[in-house]
Design a protein around this ligand. Structure first.
Ligand SMILES: Cc1cc2nc3c(=O)[nH]c(=O)nc-3n(C[C@H](O)[C@H](O)[C@H](O)COP(=O)(O)O)c2cc1C
Length: 357
């Protein structure tokens, strides 16, 4: 049904960004009315075994929406009603910015993939803060923070700190995004010398607050294991509360020629395996570091694989676009079946169980 609807939609709309905007607009309307309670009733899976407390935050289920879809939080209430366990809004930057010229999202159906080069189009940290101040959310909200395009790499730490300050009261956790491929130089911020400074500036602010909120770092799938080791060391030293693995890739292994020839970050099925490998690696090195697993999750099987590899929480983006608005419910229902089948009483018991199974 959803696939049929999407095929018809794409007969009229050629640019996927227009389709995404239309969907977000629809969700914004849904979120305005009390009938979002009704859609929540349809989409929500309320199962005790899916609930978890991770880095001090209570999650009703492990399936979150990944950063980038609702950058400015305009459709947060509507997205909440689709049964997600949490949302990650953003990425936002200190300064509002338009991002790259359109067309900047590309669908590759035969690869089950997207390529995007959005370049952090967003209304800025201040605008998101004002929006969230009026919003009563019933699920945890993470906020992804990035560097403004106009800010030099050397000044990046202050730029990140600015956004954290603006948004601190409105997020349940904060993601330090140093891994998007579409802001020139951004991924260099994963290097130790920059990351140490960003983390310490953010900690300086956090330590001065009454409430300690979790800070996470989101990494690229293109990092070598040595580079991941270095990031993990900085994270541990800087009391980072979790890792989000992974962002989109600049690699183009095993995809169609059309996808190979399109510049930007690749997501979906082609990054699934690498994302899972990185999650396994991080979990084996730092078993106590919570991981949000993201990359190529379309089904409950994909989700369970990431949990068994070591992810406590999950996020979807490309899967949401391909599978449709009820993806969170479908994954949650499937996860509950797998947990029962394998004799686990809760999600947390299954996290990282690949090694022994
Ligand atoms: C169109 C698009 C925009 C994205 N924007 C962001 C972003 O602003 N910040 C971010 O951290 N990740 C962003 N991502 C990456 C996703 O959050 C996610 O890490 C990645 O797509 C892998 O997950 P997936 O295979 O489920 O899509 C974006 C992805 C897509 C497809």
């Amino acid at each position: 049904m959803y696939r049929f609807f999407v095929s018809v939609l794409f007969l009229f709309i050629k640019d996927p960004e227009t389709a995404h905007k239309l969907a977000l607009f629809f969700l914004k309307i849904v979120g305005l009315f009390p009938f979002s309670q009704l859609t929540a009733f349809v989409a929500k899976t309320q199962k005790l075994e899916l609930q978890q407390r991770v880095f001090g935050v209570n999650f009703p289920n492990p399936v979150g929406l990944a950063a980038g879809l609702d950058k400015d939080g305009g459709s947060a209430k509507g997205l909440e009603s689709l049964g997600f366990g949490f949302l990650e809004l953003g990425t936002v930057t200190k300064y509002p910015q338009d991002g790259n010229p359109r067309q900047r999202i590309f669908r590759f159906d035969s690869d089950r993939a997207l390529v995007n080069r959005m370049g952090f189009n967003n209304k800025g940290a201040g605008a998101l803060s004002r929006r969230l101040a009026h919003l009563k959310m019933n699920i945890p909200v993470g906020i992804s923070i990035g560097k403004s395009k106009r800010t030099e790499l050397e000044d990046a730490a202050a730029d990140y700190r600015f956004s954290l300050e603006r948004l601190y009261d409105h997020g349940d956790y904060f993601a330090i995004n140093v891994s998007s491929p579409n802001t020139p130089g951004l991924r260099e911020l994963q290097d130790k010398k920059f990351l140490v400074e960003i983390v310490s500036m953010m900690n300086e602010f956090r330590d001065a607050q009454k409430v300690r909120k979790p800070l996470l770092v989101k990494i690229a799938p293109d990092l070598s294991y040595e580079a991941i080791d270095e990031v993990l060391k900085v994270c541990e030293d800087g009391k980072i509360d979790g890792i989000i693995a992974v962002n989109t890739t600049v690699a183009r292994l095993g995809v169609s020629r059309a996808a190979t020839e399109t510049a930007g970050g690749l997501s979906g099925e082609p990054i699934k395996k690498r994302a899972t490998e990185i999650i396994s690696y991080i979990h084996s090195k730092k078993p106590n570091m919570p991981i949000i697993g993201v990359g190529g999750i379309f089904t409950a099987e994909d989700a369970y694989e990431k949990i068994k590899a070591g992810a406590s929480l999950l996020q979807v983006y490309t899967g949401f676009i391909y599978e449709g608005p009820l993806i969170a419910r479908a994954i949650n229902e499937g996860l509950a079946v797998f947990l029962k089948r394998d004799g686990y009483k809760s999600i947390s018991e299954a996290v990282g169980k690949n090694k022994s199974s």
